[in-house]
Design a protein around this ligand. Structure first.
Ligand code: NAD
Length: 261
């Protein structure tokens, strides 16, 4: 187990990609601090399930990732109750789809706060602990939308491009400290975040959900398969292995050919 006695925070780990990554880190022996929204009973179910996957402890912190004070408490509570912060996975994210001139200001602010600024706040709080320990792994879940744009996604694309810039800057500042900072850039992953977009498209175009799903994949992802949370979790685990020690500021794409075009 490569993460025995190490502690990981995974933001937005009550669903989708974050949940997959939390499971994989726990299976590698890490203590895991979960975070994200959901029904308390469902979250407790997830916490118990993950606790049984490995020898580490599993806890949950309800920080709203749009609130800097709550983010600071997430990092401080993790260090206090689980011993340290060795792996930080910035994953929490939301989406809103609208043309730029119709984009609700409140949605813009929320997407920038949750998808971009939250990573600044977690890194800012966790980095001193990692530097002191001489080892740390910061893994930012960006997106193909950190590298290329799609229409109707101004806030999301701006935030994810920002995450890539933040990743590169932190990577340079961490060089030679034992801490690495890298980004994972998934293409389409069939999580609730994408299912909502498929259903909205089916309703708007008066087509079936299945047809909308195929259209979504077909127009962006030539391999015509969704990337899975498990594949992304394996990438996150890889970034914690000695083989990845010289990866610094990278953007790891898993997108079925989306950005090869
Ligand atoms: P999801 O909706 O399944 O999960 C999002 C998680 O973030 C949930 O746990 C949710 O509770 C949490 N969250 C949302 N707002 C929060 C807040 N204010 N505070 C704390 N937690 C909050 O989505 P997902 O598809 O698993 O997305 C995870 C990450 O992956 C996001 O950053 C997303 O942009 C990115 N991503 C997703 C895809 C995809 O196709 N699904 C592709 C590329 C990148």
């Amino acid at each position: 187990m490569i993460l025995a006695n190490k502690t990981a925070i995974v933001t937005g780990s009550t669903s989708g990609i974050g949940l997959g990554i939390a499971r994989a880190l726990a299976a590698e022996g890490a203590h895991v601090m979960l975070n994200g929204f959901g029904e308390p009973t469902a979250i407790e179910q997830i916490r118990k399930e993950i606790a049984e996957m490995g020898p580490g402890k599993t806890a949950y912190h309800p920080a709203d990732m749009s609130k800097p004070a709550e983010i600071a408490d997430l990092v401080a509570t993790t260090a206090r109750t689980l011993g340290s912060v060795d792996v930080l996975v910035n994953n929490a994210g939301i989406q809103h789809v609208a043309a730029v001139e119709e984009f609700p200001v409140e949605r813009w602010d929320a997407i920038i706060a949750i998808n971009l600024s939250s990573s600044f706040h977690t890194i800012r709080a966790a980095l001193p602990l990692m530097k002191k320990a001489g080892w740390g792994r910061i893994i930012n879940i960006a997106s193909t939308h950190g590298l290329v744009a799609s229409a109707q996604k101004a806030a999301y694309v701006a935030a994810k491009h920002g995450v890539i810039g933040l990743t590169k800057t932190v990577a340079l500042e961490c060089a030679d400290t034992g801490v690495t900072c890298n980004a994972i850039c998934p293409g389409w992953v069939l999580t609730p975040l994408v299912q909502k977009q498929i259903e909205a498209r089916a309703a708007a175009e008066k087509i079936s959900v299945e047809t909308a799903r195929k259209a979504l994949l077909g127009e962006k992802q030539p391999q015509l398969q969704f990337t899975t949370p498990e594949q992304l979790a394996a990438l996150a685990v890889f970034l914690c292995t000695p083989a990845a020690v010289n990866m610094q500021g990278a953007q790891l794409v898993s997108d079925g050919g989306w950005t090869a075009q």
